[in-house]
Ligand binder design. Sequence first.
Ligand SMILES: CC(C)(COP(=O)(O)OP(=O)(O)OC[C@H]1O[C@@H](n2cnc3c(N)ncnc32)[C@H](O)[C@@H]1OP(=O)(O)O)[C@@H](O)C(=O)NCCC(=O)NCCS
Length: 180
Amino acid sequence: MHFLQTLRLDIHMVRGTSQNRSTDLLYVIHPRMWPVVLFRLSSLFTRCRLGIIGKLFSLLNQILFSCDIARGARIGGGLYLPHPSGVVVGENAIIGRNCILHQGVTLGDRGECHEGSDPVLGDYIEVGTGAKILGAVHLGDYARVGANAVVLNDVEPYGVVAGIPAKLIKIREDKPLPDK
Ligand SMILES: CC(C)(COP(=O)(O)OP(=O)(O)OC[C@H]1O[C@@H](n2cnc3c(N)ncnc32)[C@H](O)[C@@H]1OP(=O)(O)O)[C@@H](O)C(=O)NCCC(=O)NCCS
């Protein structure tokens, strides 16, 4: 997806609407957008073979927001980090559209023996504060992860999981997030 289109979807999540407005792009100066914009820039420059500049934006994100999203992570439009502090996303992680990651969320592999096996998240997923999603697990669309959960197994679409290790506690019945 085009850089600006992706950014527009990110802005829609902050604004809580799916309607395009001519003023949308002004929202990049909204403080809640900064860590997402820094990640988008680090990813863009890395894809354009300007990895050193990409690395600088990534470093800036770590210094300013304690937000460590690897440049290689593939994240769809509509990423929302309400409180970016402590968010860590691994190099091989894949995140779909319109996902919310709260503070202290980690998406990564399960250690030395499992390197390169990062999680894959579908669309419209919300990951609660402090949750860890580890290894090559897949979370279906609209899944929700409870605060401080440690997810080691796949989660079905609309599934709500919590605990350590995370278990299914219910199936979501509430209304979908914006844009649906
Ligand atoms: C998991 C979560 C989404 C479930 O919310 P819910 O659908 O309203 O579920 P309920 O509150 O009805 O809880 C259902 C059961 O799961 C348990 N539960 C809820 N959240 C839990 C959690 N994080 N860890 C362990 N158990 C949890 C409840 O105690 C309850 O158990 P019971 O049936 O034995 O009484 C929610 O509790 C949560 O953790 N949200 C994260 C929010 C967040 O990170 N906010 C950050 C704000 S800055």
